[in-house]
Design a protein around this ligand. Structure first.
Ligand SMILES: NC(=O)c1ccc[n+]([C@@H]2O[C@H](COP(=O)([O-])OP(=O)(O)OC[C@H]3O[C@@H](n4cnc5c(N)ncnc54)[C@H](OP(=O)(O)O)[C@@H]3O)[C@@H](O)[C@H]2O)c1
Length: 292
């Protein structure tokens, strides 16, 4: 879907994801030719239909890319220890290179504690504390998928980032905070002047209005409005909230009337996030096997 009656150039994520996934498929082929079968294990806890659907889609895509995928489905009544035991088994299994725990998990379970049990080298989401530390230090390791997807999206569409003013609205652990670390790194597709604003900055529009690149990373539908956007700026909508199957983005559609370029309401950052998950998985297999 695109914004109607707008002048902003659209920055779709689909072609970015296609390019990343083509690279993943090529890497998988090299691994297989060397006798290594990349394996992505998935863990689903409970009976949430949407989560089961997301896992099925990822398993299908994994198979198309040439991964094998082990799967464990724990009942909604599973204990924290049950979940940890599954992760410990995958940690110990040398044939499993990467592990995905489908989020959300039932409310009585602690996702962050479970994540800490996982071998950081098998952390396909790039959110393990060790991997956040590696990101902060500029060391190699799995990168958080949505921030890495946003960097790839900007690079793919030829949006210069180096030396420019990026303002990120939101400092959450999955998006705003790691994205700030990523885009401040000394690399050609990053190297930006990054500012992060949040609920502690009451007058955050003062910052977003001066951004050359504005990233919404909040999860409050419609929080970013045209008056928050510098005319001609690049606007990236990362934050979304789901109401049932309805996707409600942070960025109000009318921002396209002010922005110079903007991610589409649907098919923007989302596809790049999934592509980065598979890139993390194949890189985990490369690291573990020493092939590629
Ligand atoms: N597109 C994708 O594929 C994808 C993937 C991952 C996440 N997401 C989305 O990205 C969003 C952020 O995820 P997250 O896990 O990082 O979220 P989070 O931990 O909930 O963080 C949200 C951030 O937004 C800030 N915030 C909330 N209300 C605000 C307000 N009224 N004014 C200013 N700042 C406000 C919060 O500020 P405080 O820190 O001050 O509380 C917090 O820093 C979510 O919508 C999530 O669904 C999308």
């Amino acid at each position: 879907m695109s914004f109607s009656g707008t002048s902003a150039r659209l920055l779709p994520g689909g072609p970015v994801a296609e390019r990343v996934l083509a690279g993943v498929a090529a890497d998988v082929a090299v691994l297989r030719a060397a006798g290594v079968t990349p394996a992505l294990a998935t863990v689903l806890v409970g009976d949430d239909d949407a989560s089961a659907g997301y896992i099925r889609i990822k398993q299908r895509q994994a198979a198309e890319l040439g991964f094998v995928s082990a799967h464990v489905h724990l009942p909604a009544s599973a204990s924290q220890a049950d979940l940890h035991a599954v992760l410990a088994d995958f940690n110990a299994d040398r044939d499993v290179h990467a592990v995905l725990v489908q989020y959300p998990i039932p409310g009585h379970l602690d996702y962050d504690r479970a994540l800490q049990v996982l071998d950081p080298d098998k952390d396909v989401d790039g959110l393990h504390p060790v991997n956040m530390g590696r990101l902060a230090l500029g060391q190699p390791g799995p990168l958080p998928c949505t921030p890495a997807g946003i960097e790839a999206l900007l690079a793919f569409h030829g949006v210069p980032v180096a030396g420019r003013e990026v303002v990120i609205l939101g400092r959450g652990a999955t998006l705003g905070r790691p994205l700030a670390m990523l885009l401040a790194q000394k690399r050609p597709t990053a190297n930006a002047a990054v500012t992060v604003v949040h609920t502690g900055v009451a007058d955050w529009p003062r910052y977003t209005r001066r951004a050359e690149i504005l990233v919404a990373a909040v999860g409050v539908p419609g929080i970013v409005r045209p008056e928050h956007v510098r005319p001609g700026a690049v606007v990236v909508g990362g934050g979304v909230r789901y109401e049932g199957r309805r996707l409600l983005p942070d960025v109000d559609e009318s921002c396209a009337e002010v922005a110079g370029a903007i991610t589409p309401r649907v098919g923007g950052v989302g596809p790049t996030t999934v592509a980065m998950l598979f890139r993390n998985a194949v890189r985990a297999a490369q690291r573990a096997s020493g092939v590629g």
